[in-house]
Design a protein around this ligand. Structure first.
Ligand SMILES: C[S@@+](CC[C@H](N)C(=O)[O-])C[C@H]1O[C@@H](n2cnc3c(N)ncnc32)[C@H](O)[C@@H]1O
Length: 237
């Protein structure tokens, strides 16, 4: 694993790979959705050799990326959490054994807001699954525009997915139960309870509202940013 110095992380929360992977099956579902959609919609001649997984976490999304696109010979995973990267480095041997020649796999510290590929090595696929909602609102669209304009290879694909479920009934119910009074768990969850409508919380970038489809359309389509690059947005779950 290479350890280039990252910019200050965009989110202050520590990440626990063990805890994260306890729910790997559930967490992987949107990745399957996005990658299946990408594989089905890609031109039959699309055969990516370089792929990048930005916000790769413990490598679960990187692993699926190589399974869906076994032609990938150079695989890069970037994350701002050293703990997540340490966990990701454990899957390197599995990822390196490509179907034919050996694959080159690298996990590095980096920031999705500023990462670029080395000269002449633009990725054919950039995957950013469940990471962009960790950027502040002001950074989110500019980051994607930069990836599309400057970072992905010509004719490549930028595939993104971000959850937007904080105000879904399931999540509301969890918060309501967590802060109940007169129950055995009373006081166990003191940090629950950012209330609805609270739009800016210093330590929770993921609660900044996700931009509407129209905003994305204006930024990407009307500005003719896309050019020869495909953009896959896996509806906001
Ligand atoms: C919810 S996990 C997603 C992991 C994996 N991509 C997946 O789909 O399951 C979010 C990851 O994004 C990383 N992250 C958050 N902000 C980042 C940034 N600005 N640059 C790079 N990684 C970032 C976190 O460290 C964390 O590992």
């Amino acid at each position: 694993m290479s350890t280039t110095t990252p910019n200050p992380p965009s989110n202050p929360l520590p990440w626990n790979p063990h805890q994260y992977l306890l729910f790997q099956t559930e967490r992987n579902r949107p990745i399957h959705d996005l990658l299946s959609y990408l594989r089905l919609s890609a031109h039959p001649s699309f055969s990516p050799t370089r792929v990048a997984d930005l916000g790769c976490g413990p490598g679960n999304s990187t692993k699926l990326l190589t399974q869906y696109f076994p032609s990938a010979k150079e695989v890069v995973g970037i994350d701002s959490s050293g703990d997540m990267l340490s966990s990701a480095s454990k899957v390197i041997p599995e990822l390196e054994s490509g179907p034919e020649d050996k694959r080159e796999v690298r996990f590095s510290l980096g920031d999705v807001r500023t990462w670029t590929a080395p000269e002449g090595k633009k990725p054919d696929i950039i995957l950013a699954n469940a990471v962009l909602h960790w950027l502040r609102h002001k950074d989110r669209i500019p980051t994607v525009v930069r990836l599309v304009r400057n970072v992905v290879a010509d004719g490549g694909v930028v595939a993104i997915q971000m959850p937007d479920n904080y105000y879904e009934w399931t999540h509301r119910a969890m918060r309501e139960v967590a802060v109940m009074k007169g129950v055995p768990w009373e006081g166990c969850f003191p940090r629950v309870g950012y209330s609805e409508g609270e739009s800016y919380t210093e330590e929770r970038p993921d609660l900044d509202p996700i931009e509407s489809m129209e905003e994305w359309y204006q930024a990407l389509n009307k500005g003719h940013v896309l050019g020869n690059v495909q953009m896959l947005v896996n509806g906001f779950a």
